[in-house]
Design a protein around this ligand. Structure first.
Ligand code: HEM
Ligand SMILES: *[C@@H]1O[C@H](CO)[C@@H](O)[C@H](O)[C@H]1NC(C)=O
Ligand SMILES: *[C@@H]1O[C@H](CO)[C@@H](O)[C@H](O)[C@H]1NC(C)=O
Length: 396
């Protein structure tokens, strides 16, 4: 009895919430100083944007008002139809921004790929372009009438975006690559108003973050720690076989995590069609090759007494330092691409600085120990002294 009451109560609350949120689409309350009629509107799922439209089936054209807050008051907003695909690449785009004299300009841009944004004609005609900006709510508006790419078309792939600045000469500067910026796309049914696809870009962002964390852990932190262990622990005879196992363990686990991170990177690269971060990618590939060699070399090293061992050491140390330098460099390159909240960059800088200070202190300590031993061993090898020079690890 009590439970069914609770059940119906919950049902009522849920249905109230649902109908409430349905009736409450914000776009329905927006008004324009414009004598055109827009009979449909939709709250777009990303970037706090709205679209109002009127479909003229006789003329195969659609009149739109796109409303969005530019990322800064000096930024830009853009709405586009992509006749050939579903993302930014290929989209035929309208971009609005504030000109230096204060008026709002709207221009058309042919975005044939992520790297090619050309102002000029689109694949379809656009008329009645006009822009507005309202200081009071920070919203910019694009008004336009667009010929539909195909006759009788009622569903389009729409793409929208906001950016923070415009370059000198009036060209939009790149937008952020956060989840809402990557999810601002999808199909729109002009008859029913139904919006589909697009998602929210979160899954991509999650993948990128996993990629970043794995690689920063491995190439950016564990590999340098392993090198520090090898370089400085070895000085102390008490740590003799231990340092070797610690070093091996550290580098092999760094390698395992690093390969996983490298794999996620290859996957991300293949998914971002048209975008190439060549530097970051090439360093990543070089790192993978060097580290693979290094791990193989661990198993192929000649005996300590063997005369090739000297050359093996040079090779092993050289490759090791190269991996550390390239690894740290690539973490910074990756941070630049991901542009996460600045605290992540700061956190990495702090970790690397602490490792740097530890290495510096150990370097000084090692030199002190080594020099002391040298003095001692010189004394010890004097003929009248039956010293134990042979047992000193650093003696020849
Ligand atoms: C102004 C210069 C612009 C540059 C340099 C630029 C660059 C990029 C890049 C490199 C990506 C891919 C990010 C990734 O997958 O890792 C991207 C995605 C995206 N861009 Fe742009 N963009 C610009 C303008 C625009 C404009 C005007 C629009 C609006 C029509 C737009 C809409 C989008 C959307 C919706 C995505 C995510 C979906 C996709 O990957 O296609 N972009 N942009
Ligand atoms: C402002 O400058 C643009 C070109 O940059 C021009 O098309 C527009 O007419 C100007 N507006 C005013 C009010 O002067
Ligand atoms: C847009 O740019 C692409 C690549 O440069 C070109 O092939 C295409 O014809 C252009 N579209 C228009 C309408 O100019």
């Amino acid at each position: 009895m009590a439970s069914s009451t609770v059940f119906f109560f919950l049902l009522t609350v849920i249905s109230l919430l649902l109908t409430h949120s349905h009736a409450q689409s914000t776009c329905a309350t927006q008004k324009f100083t414009n004598n055109k009629r827009y009979d449909r509107c939709s709250d777009l799922p990303q970037l706090g944007s709205y679209l109002h439209w009127f479909l003229d089936t006789a003329k195969d054209s659609v009149s739109i008002v796109f409303i969005a807050p530019p990322a800064t008051p000096d930024g830009w907003i853009s709405w586009a139809i992509n006749p050939t695909g579903d993302g930014m690449a290929g989209s035929q785009s309208l971009i609005a921004y504030k000109a230096s004299n204060g008026s709002i300009l709207v221009n058309t841009y042919n975005i044939s790929s992520y790297g090619s944004i050309v102002e000029g004609k689109l694949a379809f005609d656009v008329t009645d372009m006009r822009g507005e900006y309202s200081e009071s709510d920070g919203m910019m508006r694009i008004f336009a009438t667009v010929e539909l790419p195909e006759n009788g078309q009622t569903t389009i792939n729409q793409v929208w975006q906001v950016g923070g600045s415009v370059k000198a000469g009036g060209f939009p500067a790149r937008h952020a690559f956060l989840a809402p910026n990557l999810g601002s796309k999808g199909s729109l049914n002009l008859l029913s108003g139904e919006i589909a696809g697009g998602g929210n870009g979160n899954s991509k962002t999650k993948k990128r973050n996993i990629h970043g964390i794995l690689n920063a852990m491995s190439w950016g932190i564990l590999f340098p720690v392993g090198v520090i262990i090898a370089r400085y622990l070895r000085t102390f005879p008490a740590a003799d076989p231990t340092w070797f196992y610690l070093h091996g363990f550290c580098q092999v686990s760094a390698y395992a995590i690093g390969v996983a991170g490298w794999g996620t990177g290859l996957k991300l690269g293949s998914e971002s069609k048209g975008v190439k971060y060549s530097g970051h990618r090439n360093i990543g590939i070089a790192l993978f090759c060097l580290a693979t060699l290094q791990v193989c070399a661990l198993f192929l090293r000649p005996k300590k007494e063997h005369k090739i061992r000297f050359y093996w050491n040079i090779y092993h140390h050289g490759t090791g330092y190269a991996v550390v330098v390239l690894g740290i460099l690539n973490v910074f390159k990756g941070l630049q691409i991901l542009s996460p909240a600045s605290k992540w960059r700061s956190a990495y800088i702090i970790i690397i600085s602490i490792l740097g200070v530890i290495a510096l202190v150990l370097e000084v300590l090692t030199w002190i120990v080594v020099l002391k031993r040298k003095r001692k061993s010189v004394k010890a090898t004097k003929p009248y002294d039956n010293g134990d020079a042979k047992q000193l690890p650093l003696a020849p």
